[in-house]
Design a protein around this ligand. Structure first.
Ligand SMILES: *Cc1c(COP(=O)(O)O)cnc(C)c1O
Length: 396
């Protein structure tokens, strides 16, 4: 939770930044990586030094070299005024919201949002007196019709992590900023490498670092990075709530960040191959992956994104539950599970129908979400191909 220090190195190119940010061997006896600083108490030499509070580190929760290494690297990556770390991706989402929205305020939320956010709004938001309206994620500048005098923030998730709609964030930001409304974006899918959210008008940029930043499915962590406009309230709220991320998890995230670019590039290539292959399958009704020309917001994706990551969905032709279960159960290279963003491929069945209110999901057939990992894509395709054979036997 530090502001960019004067004299902090600037990097022209992302790849160099990822490799070099927060590497300070002279601070750590020559070791290249910042060690894991586990600690609560920081000792002061005298009472006076404690009163003066000039010591760089004063208490573990407030700041320590491990968490600072990650926040500074992320802050540079995001081009943010400041970055905070949260114990999970979901807590990063709720922290971003509550840092700027309170009792009596109106919050707009995209209808395709990560569904625990919907539950948070309905269960916690309501109790806190926050008025929530869900909107069609494809509405773009039409968001203007949803604004009320008490609208404080517009929450976006582009693409939606289940159904992959791309939002026109620059258009939404334009409408918002003309009225002093803040834009929040869950940028877990794109990361700042593929979607430079703050540059495109977002004020609070969230990542479930659990996914691509950590990248190895071995830690849970969230980040929020703020524009100038939103930083003070984010910093204060984060501090007041006592939020803290474990130095062990933070160190795993910093390690993951070093290879973010090469991993994303491979996820992109592999997912594109699998998505194109899925499009050729007779068993598949539709494939949702923004890099496909058939994607309804492909042009928006091309305009605003520099790449696509490994998460995609497809809908099967209408079938029995047993058929789609058999398809997934028979896969040997895809685990069945939540989360995504790790090195490995994952599959799950999800139903968008019950988690929508402003729009409706009318497509019959089962929605299957895949995370395409770093395996050889031809092996993944072969695995899916034998899965479809099982599907066809039970299709009904
Ligand atoms: C997983 C996910 C989250 C929540 O992250 P956790 O670390 O599991 O709390 C938030 N947003 C999106 C889009 C996600 O996929």
């Amino acid at each position: 939770m530090l502001e960019l220090e004067a004299g902090m190195k600037k990097y022209k190119n992302m790849q160099t930044l990822l490799a070099h940010a927060s590497i300070e061997p002279d601070q750590h006896h020559g070791f290249v990586n910042t060690p894991v600083y586990r600690g609560s108490t920081v000792a002061f030499p005298t009472c006076e030094s404690m009163r003066e509070g000039r010591q760089k580190y004063t208490y573990g929760r407030w700041n320590n070299p491990s968490t600072e290494a990650l926040t500074q690297a992320l802050q540079q990556l995001e081009g943010a005024e400041g970055t905070v770390l949260c114990p999970s991706g979901l807590s990063a989402c709720t922290t971003a919201i509550l840092s700027v929205v309170g009792a009596g305020d109106h919050l707009l939320i995209a209808d395709n949002v990560y569904s625990p956010i919907r539950a948070f709004c309905e269960q916690v938001g309501q109790r806190l007196g926050i008025e929530v309206t869900f909107y069609d994620p494809t509405i773009g500048a039409g968001i203007v019709d949803f604004l009320k005098p008490n609208t404080k923030a517009i929450y976006t998730e582009s693409p939606g992590s289940l159904t992959l709609e791309i939002q026109d964030i620059p258009a939404i930001a334009k409408v918002a900023h003309e009225r002093d409304i803040l834009v929040i974006a869950d940028n877990t899918w794109g990361t700042p490498l593929y979607f430079p959210s703050l540059e495109l008008g977002v004020d609070l940029s969230i990542m479930a670092a659990t996914k691509y930043i950590v990248g190895h499915s071995d830690a849970v962590l969230g980040t929020v990075s703020a524009s100038k406009r939103a930083w003070d309230s984010l910093k204060r709220f984060h501090f007041n709530m006592g939020l803290f991320a474990s130095p062990d998890d933070v160190t795993l995230a910093l390690r993951g960040m070093r290879t973010l670019d090469v991993r994303l590039e491979r996820h992109y290539k592999n997912a594109t191959m699998v998505a194109k292959w899925l499009e050729t399958r007779e068993e598949v009704e539709a494939v949702y992956y923004p890099a496909l020309e058939s994607h309804p917001q492909h042009q928006l994706w091309k305009r605003d994104f520099k790449g696509a990551s490994g998460l995609l969905s497809f809908v099967t032709k209408p079938s029995t539950q047993a058929a789609v279960d058999a398809l997934l159960d028979s896969l040997s290279l895809f685990s069945i599970g939540y989360s995504w963003g790790g090195f490995e491929s994952l599959a799950m069945i999800a139903d968008p129908k019950p988690v929508r209110s402003a729009t409706s999901w009318e497509i019959d057939g089962h929605l299957v979400r895949l995370h395409i990992g770093l395996e050889d894509p031809s092996d993944l395709i072969e695995d899916l191909e034998q899965g479809f054979a099982k599907f066809n036997r039970l299709r009904g």
